[in-house]
Design a protein around this ligand. Structure first.
Ligand code: ZN
Ligand code: ZN
Length: 452
């Protein structure tokens, strides 16, 4: 196999891998980096000759995996595009949202190449998506050779899959983003047993050690406790959440907590895209038994939308729980605006429930000192940090030890490290060298071809 990591940096950015197996050429994922603006947010597809790719395989619909897909399909219109059935429905909605965000950014930030794709490109993409159920093998044929592809449920978010390729009895498994633990809305990953020749491993949490006493359940109850105390003291709670998966997970947890009276009745406010995805998830759930989310909880919780025109400083927010995107408080998003409004009052709380890159406003807020001004540059506001700011370990990614155990169980000849910051990859490199000394570990340099 020839393998090229097309992400431009060795961190979580625009996921995309170029794989050559005999006569077959594949691309796995076509992301858009959340950290970079303009054309450079796309993977580096310059060396992939247009019209040469046989199939594009999508692991899931987070933008760092799907956000560049319409551009790739424009370059590779002949390629068959396979996704899970849930992702086939979710992808167009995610792309439409990304398109309108880029449209706004074109004006506001003067990025002239935005949007990177048109509404027509999204329609073309939607028509090309071929749903493939998990555990159902399909076979591609070329020059009298065959390549088989099987998707496996990956937990993480609804529709996420790991991908197994089998070419001449060589097995290559891509974990994609994975969570082995069960979530309130989704079963944990059901990954295949090895042995594999190559394991392409996500490493998101490689630099994060979790004490044994800390569990998903203990973190959930700790979150409920902060919410309970905040509301009792007259404050509001902001839970910044990714719109896809995380927001519906948090709402389902709040629903459970309310029925067990762990949190009191109070207004719950959400933002646009996450609420649209509620409807989509409810439609795709019957075809994907792993998804246990039900829209009914939204009605039970009497969830309201954040008024579109509301701006911080102009009008007081109602007391309540705000579950808003983005998860990392990216500028101009609803969570960013509400954080700016809540931060200056010590009765309020901001509860992070997922990964925050250090260079995002969320990452910076987690490192900021209490009682010092915190700058919301895009709003020209700098309230003193008075609110309670805390992070809860409810990640959508597997623990590093679980990934290491999985790597051991499939006994790979080689492991390729992906989807992690440099220190996360280093941990895996060291651990794998020590515990699987015969296995070749590759931390790929972006754009370089590896014969594996
Ligand atoms: Zn993801
Ligand atoms: Zn990802």
């Amino acid at each position: 196999m020839e393998f090229v990591d097309l992400n431009r940096t060795q961190e979580i950015g625009a996921s995309s891998f170029w794989v050559k197996l005999g006569p077959f050429e594949l691309i796995i994922d076509a992301g858009l980096s959340p950290k970079v603006a303009g054309h450079d947010a796309l993977p580096n597809w310059d060396k992939v000759e247009p019209g040469t790719i046989d199939a594009i395989l999508l692991t899931h619909c987070h933008l760092d995996h799907v956000g560049g897909l319409p551009v790739l399909i424009r370059q590779q219109p002949q390629a068959a595009v396979f996704t899970s059935p849930a992702s086939a429905t979710l992808a167009p909605r995610m792309l439409k949202n990304s398109h309108s965000v880029m449209f706004k950014q074109r004006e506001e930030l003067n990025i002239l190449e935005y949007p990177l794709f048109s509404s027509t490109d999204i329609r073309v993409t939607e028509d090309k998506l071929r749903p493939l159920r998990t555990e159902k093998e399909i076979t591609l044929h070329k020059n009298d050779e065959t390549l088989s592809i099987t998707f496996h449920h990956a937990g993480h978010i609804p529709g996420a899959v790991g991908i197994l390729l089998n070419y001449k009895n060589r097995k290559i498994f891509f974990t994609g983003d994975v969570l082995f633990e069960k979530q309130a809305i989704l079963a944990g990953a059901k990954f295949p047993k090895g042995p594999f020749d190559t394991l392409v491993l996500e490493t998101t949490r490689g630099a994060t050690e979790r004490p044994e006493s800390l569990t998903r359940s203990s973190e959930t109850h700790r979150l409920f406790e902060v919410i309970r105390n905040t509301l009792k003291n007259g404050g509001s709670c902001l839970i910044p959440s990714f719109a896809l998966g995380r927001m519906q997970e948090i709402l389902t947890l709040l629903h459970q907590a309310r029925s067990t009276k762990e949190i009191p009745e109070c207004p719950i406010i959400c933002s646009g895209l996450g609420m649209d995805l509620v409807d989509i998830l409810d439609t795709v759930a019957p075809g994907t038994p792993e998804i246990t989310f039900r829209r009914k909880i939204i009605k039970d919780l009497n969830v309201r939308k954040l008024p579109k025109k509301w701006t911080p400083g102009k009008k007081e927010l109602k007391q309540g729980i705000y579950v808003l995107s983005s998860g990392m408080l990216v500028a101009k998003t609803p969570s960013y605006r509400v954080a700016a409004s809540l931060l200056g009052d010590k009765r309020n709380a901001i509860c992070f429930v997922g990964y925050c890159a250090p260079d995002t406003p969320g990452g910076q807020l987690l490192e900021a000192s209490a009682n010092e001004p915190f700058l919301f540059e895009d709003l020209d506001l700098a309230p003193d940090l008075k609110a309670h700011v805390e992070q809860f370990d409810l990640s959508g990614h597997a623990q590093r030890d679980e990934l290491l155990d999985y790597a051991h169980s499939v006994d790979p000849r080689s492991v390729v490290l992906t989807h992690g910051d440099p220190d996360a990859r280093t941990w895996f490199e060291e651990q794998l060298a020590e515990t699987l000394p015969k296995t070749k570990v590759i931390n790929p340099t972006p754009g370089e071809a590896y014969l594996i």
